[in-house]
Each structure stands twice: as structure tokens, then as C-alpha cells.
Ligand binder design. Sequence first.
Ligand SMILES: Nc1ncnc2c1ncn2[C@@H]1O[C@H](COP(=O)(O)OP(=O)(O)O)[C@@H](O)[C@H]1O
Ligand SMILES: [Mg+2]
Length: 262
Amino acid sequence: MTHDPPPALRVQGLTLRYGSVRALDELYFDVAPGEVVALVGPSGCGKTSLLRCLTWLQQPTGGLIEIAGAPLGQERLPSGAIRRQSRRHIDRLRHRIGLVFQSLNLWPHLTARENVELPQRVVLGRSRTDARVRADAILDRLRVLELAEKVPGQLSGGQKQRVAIARALAMDPALMLFDEPTSSLDAELIQEVLSVLRGLAESGTTMLVVTHEIGFARHVAHRLLFMDQGRIVADGPPAQVIDHDPHPRVREFFDTVLAFRA
Ligand SMILES: Nc1ncnc2c1ncn2[C@@H]1O[C@H](COP(=O)(O)OP(=O)(O)O)[C@@H](O)[C@H]1O
Ligand SMILES: [Mg+2]
């Protein structure tokens, strides 16, 4: 008998409350290795909160997260009790998820190459040589190797975004998370970054992408999760959800978005 690999991500009953606000309300979903999932929903529905919990930047109020089969943050003991993990244990696991934020967060005083090298050395303990070889290979793959010696202030928005993606990829993550990766960019740079994401998708990178780019969701993602008020209200093939999902909030959202594009 063969065993399927564990999901790249498993989320069970994930809940996050800010006081009386239920930012995440018992989410359940898996992401399979190699799967590209678009996460779509109106502003304030909990998309960023979900990505923050998945990287333990925000500790969830309840529920379980597994990265490639390994529990993150807390785990269920054979007795059924839930045990909280140590900070060290969590920090060792967190790097298995690469997060690329909406706002660019490169270190301004380091070159592009140093930005990609440093976390590999500090977090993964790679040698300077190994980290550099890996950094250059990935910068090359994202077509920014010729900019390796520049600091972020000398790069365009799209170039900085590529370096930020390279930095996350260099950590060999089980899963890449993107939070509206194109929202701070102007029109031509949006296409540039979307084409980078498309290339990652085609090479089998597992991704969860928060996006309002419906064309990207439709043509690149394998699956679309639609969130509303902290819940997943639709989960299916992108074209199916975009064009036909009957949930009123889903219809309202896409009918509005698609009307503006016509
Ligand atoms: N640090 C915070 N403190 C209190 N409420 C928050 C905080 N961050 C987000 N929220 C609330 O949680 C909900 C989800 O927000 P967020 O995850 O940012 O949504 P999205 O990314 O989908 O726009 C919103 O109601 C928001 O106001
Ligand atoms: Mg957000």
C-alpha cells in the first residue's frame, strides 16, 4: 500500500478572536502539495488574519495547524489533550512557510543578495557559501540576479517584490503565502509580479495567494477559497466559484468585480 504525502497545510477549527470580533470562525481546509489556492473575499473578512495565524505572527484563539504533517503551535497528545509548543519549537517550524507581505519588508541597509542570504544563515544555519549559491540561483530564476548588489532603495516596486519572493523561496518552504502581492504596484508591475507567480505555480510551488486579481485566480489557481466574515463560504474550482457559486455574498462580490471589468 502506498501512502499519500501529508497535505502541505492542514487547518482544523482555526479560530481567532479580537475581543468580540471573530476574525476567523472555525476554518477547516487542506492545501495539497503543489496546489495553488487563491484566497478571495471582501476587505475585513479575515484573509490577513489567516496568513498571520499560519505563520504564528498571531497566535490563534483555537484550532490546529499542520505544516507538511507537523503540528504548528500546539499539538494533540495521544490522550486527546492539547499541548502548547515551546517558542523554540515554533520558530523552527515557522520557516517552513514563506510569507510575502503586501507591504515590502526587505532590510533597507542590505543588498538584494544579502537580504536573501541572511535568513538562510541565521534560521537554517547554512554556511555563507551555501546561502550565497542558493540566493544567486533563486535571484537568477526570478530574473533579478543582475540587481544582487543593489539595496532596496535602488530597486523598483516590482523588483523589490521579486527579491522578497526570492528571500522566502530560499528557505525551501513547504508552502508560500502571499498577501495581496500586487496591491501596492502600478498596472505594468502588477503583470510583472503575476507572471512571477504564474511561473512559481507552473514549477509546482505550493501557494496560498490572497488576491483581488480575478484573472489570476481564474487562470492560474487550481482552487478558490472565498471568505466572508471569518468563514470560508465557497471552496472549489476557480471558474466554478467565480461564475456559478450560489452563495449570495460570493455572487455579490464577483458580480460587482466582473461588472467593473466589462
Ligand atoms: N490587530 C487587530 N485588532 C483588532 N481587530 C483586528 C486586528 N486586525 C484585524 N482586525 C479585525 O479583524 C477582521 C479581519 O481583518 P483582516 O484579517 O485584516 O481582514 P482582510 O485581510 O480580509 O481585509 C476585521 O474586522 C478587522 O477589523
Ligand atoms: Mg488584508
